[in-house]
Design a protein around this ligand. Structure first.
Ligand code: F0G
Length: 354
């Protein structure tokens, strides 16, 4: 025996904490088990121990897979033939992939022209029926809920409790990887399901004595799409971070409760702060999407405001992979040079001397 352990996906790794039985047909792409990456750069800047939980390395490139494996497995167990979701892109990519694996029909409703091309490609390649609307995510979610109420189709947005069940595993992995919960947990907030799930996950591990502490939860919305910060829905949410371009989050109250109960907050970061954070972590090897960078932007904002004590252990969640939306990476980066296929010409470009 080599002693190697190959990660089996969250439903099997955390079976005792999951709503599955021997009769549940597990639909998995072996999601979860994502890296917790120590960030030298952010640790140095803040005087803390900062880790990045890179959920962009899930099978479809975002944290949505954690919830989708549960939602689709339970839908299959219940005999559903079809699933539907509204999405800013990642949920649709994940639903399409897991429905494809399960042999189910998948419909996705997305705001036209407002989802990253890579995410649209994923939904299409996995065989989902993509419906675009001249409207935003909030309207797409209303439509999807109405559809699921009136027709035999299972809604797999995070208003489906199985999604939240699965997404709790992010918190458990962080505790398992660190030996306890961090002091501060920083993450982007859109429809607010993920912050709800993380807080539940931490609370359960704490109640069971698996972690000796609970983190302070710090959620970040984009400034142009910050209903939880303003205290009222935003009719026309605007941000370059299209994944979190949401004006009326479905998990509003649990998200606000998570921040309050943990002694934390939900605040906003500007698009400018998001881009700066995106570039910073990318330069240090981690390519996350814009919405994900809101967590790092939030950490830097906390640090600049003097609200972070040195020496704390901090986790920033990076929810999705940067490759989903390369447009932002390329714009603002240096143009590649073109030279003849010549050794010395290449050396000159690289500033090398013989
Ligand atoms: N980060 C990314 C990359 C996302 O795709 C989302 C949500 C969030 C953060 C926010 O998470 O909604 O649980 O607060 N994307 C959803 C979607 C809305 O349709 O893909 P949340």
């Amino acid at each position: 025996m080599s002693g190697a352990h190959l990660w089996r996906g969250i439903l099997e790794e955390y079976a005792d904490r999951m709503p599955v039985t021997a009769d549940t047909p597990v639909v998995t792409l072996r999601e979860g088990g994502t890296p917790l990456i120590h960030s030298e750069e952010l640790s140095e800047r803040t005087g803390c121990e900062v880790h990045l939980k890179f959920d962009g390395s899930n099978p479809t490139g975002s944290f949505k897979d954690r919830g989708m494996t549960v939602a689709i497995s339970k839908a299959k167990e219940a005999g559903a033939q079809a699933v539907i979701c509204a999405s800013t892109g990642n949920t649709s990519a994940s639903a399409a992939a897991y429905a494809g694996k399960a042999g189910m029909t998948c419909g996705v409703v997305v705001p036209k022209g407002k989802i990253a091309l890579g995410k649209l490609a994923q939904a299409l390649v996995h065989g989902a029926k993509v419906i675009q609307i001249d409207g935003n995510f909030d309207e797409a979610l209303i439509l999807s809920r109405e559809l699921a109420d009136a027709y035999p189709v299972e809604l797999v947005n995070s208003v489906n409790p199985y999604r939240i069940d699965g997404q709790r595993t992010g918190a458990w992995e962080i505790c398992d990887q660190l030996g306890s919960a961090p002091d501060v947990h920083v993450m982007p907030v859109g429809n607010a399901g993920n912050i709800t799930a993380y807080w539940r996950g931490y609370q359960e591990y704490s109640a069971d004595g698996v972690t000796d502490r609970l983190p302070v939860m710090r959620g970040y919305q984009a400034a142009g799409a910050a209903p939880l910060v303003l205290g009222h829905p935003v009719e026309q949410p605007q941000t370059i971070a299209t994944a979190i371009r949401i004006g009326n989050p479905a998990s509003w109250q649990p998200a606000v409760d998570a921040a309050a109960e943990s002694g934390g907050s939900i605040r906003s970061v500007t698009d400018r702060e998001i881009i700066a954070a995106f570039r910073l972590i990318a330069r240090h090897g981690v390519f996350a999407e814009m919405a994900s960078a809101a967590s790092v932007a939030g950490l830097l904002q906390l640090h600049e405001a003097g609200e972070i004590e040195p020496g704390q252990r901090i986790v920033c969640v990076l929810t999705g992979h940067g490759l989903k939306d390369p447009e932002w990476a390329i714009s603002g980066a240096a143009e590649p040079v073109t030279i003849p296929a010549d050794r010395d010409a290449a050396a000159r470009e690289l500033g090398l001397e013989a």
